[in-house]
Design a protein around this ligand. Structure first.
Ligand SMILES: C[S@@+](CC[C@H](N)C(=O)[O-])C[C@H]1O[C@@H](n2cnc3c(N)ncnc32)[C@H](O)[C@@H]1O
Length: 268
């Protein structure tokens, strides 16, 4: 029975991995990084020849703008964790792809281990994965140019319609659309921003409502990361790093979905 469940779960995860990125989405994001791709070797390590990523970089290659594009051949091709793929990873200049959702953690571990420049698609919640989060916190990786609202639509096999996923771009390549400081207009009020039961911080449900006159620690939703300006705020950690019971935060006994703990940087 347990074996059966594990098999079903694996099949479900594998199905969830087969989301294909639309060409227009690849182009509109990647065009912002052309200077980083110039004369470089790009590795699309979760892609077949007909992936939008491979098509985009093949076009750039034919225009003499990149040195080469390599790809893995997708499922049944080279596993991105295999020694051959890791050798290519080391030789390539930039990794650009939409990796399988179920292996996102392993995928990022490799990019981090080999300190590769990258531009990838991930689920919004992947930001809360420990290693990814620690790098976001230290301003070593950041969201891409595309806004998060509305998610992204992907091509799904055997489905006429595209499917919306709360997917975002993540990168360590500098781009010119890093967020400006968030204009803050709401004043602190303990009724609107209650303290957590299990952490010494106040709860803020919407990034736009962060009080301008509160200098203590605040818990904000993951979507704060989209607007994170490191000169304006300091990221302190994830909720579980701060709660007395290492669980999610709660307010008056009610559990609250993942929170990022932040503090305003004070003007010196
Ligand atoms: C989310 S899909 C995206 C495909 C393509 N990158 C795109 O954006 O259209 C992830 C792809 O990775 C492939 N894949 C799954 N496991 C893999 C592995 N271990 N190594 C390389 N590719 C893998 C899947 O077959 C799938 O095609």
């Amino acid at each position: 029975m347990q074996k059966q469940c594990a098999k079903l779960l694996r099949a479900k995860l594998a199905r969830n991995d087969e989301f294909y990125t639309q060409y227009a989405d690849v182009e509109s994001e990647c065009d912002h990084y052309r200077s980083h791709f110039l004369n470089k070797c790009i590795y699309c390590n979760c892609d077949t020849a007909d992936s939008a990523f491979v098509k985009y970089f093949t076009k750039l290659k034919s225009q003499g703008l990149i040195r080469d594009v390599w790809f893995s051949g997708g499922l049944g091709g080279t596993d991105f964790r295999s020694p051959q793929a890791i050798e290519l990873l080391q030789r390539a200049d930039v990794v650009v792809t939409n990796p399988p959702f179920s292996l996102f953690r392993d995928f990022m571990d490799l990019l981090i281990e080999y300190q590769k420049p990258f531009l990838v698609i991930g689920n919004k919640n992947a930001i809360a994965q420990r290693k990814v989060f620690d790098l976001v916190k230290r301003n070593k990786i950041w969201p891409g140019v595309r806004r998060w609202a509305g998610g992204m639509r992907f091509i799904v096999p055997d489905d006429a319609d595209t499917k919306e996923v709360p997917a975002i771009w993540l990168t360590n390549l500098p781009h010119s659309h890093r967020p400006l400081p968030i204009p803050l207009s709401v004043s602190y009020n303990p009724k609107l921003f209650p303290n957590y039961d299990n952490a010494d911080a106040i709860n803020v449900n919407r990034t736009a409502d962060i009080p301008f006159d509160y200098d203590g620690i605040m818990g904000v939703p993951i979507s704060f990361i989209e607007r994170y300006n490191p000169a304006q705020f300091e990221i302190l950690g994830l909720d579980k790093d701060f709660t007395s019971d290492t669980a999610a935060c709660s307010v008056l006994g009610q559990r609250i979905y993942t929170r990022v703990f932040i503090r305003k940087r004070l003007a010196n």
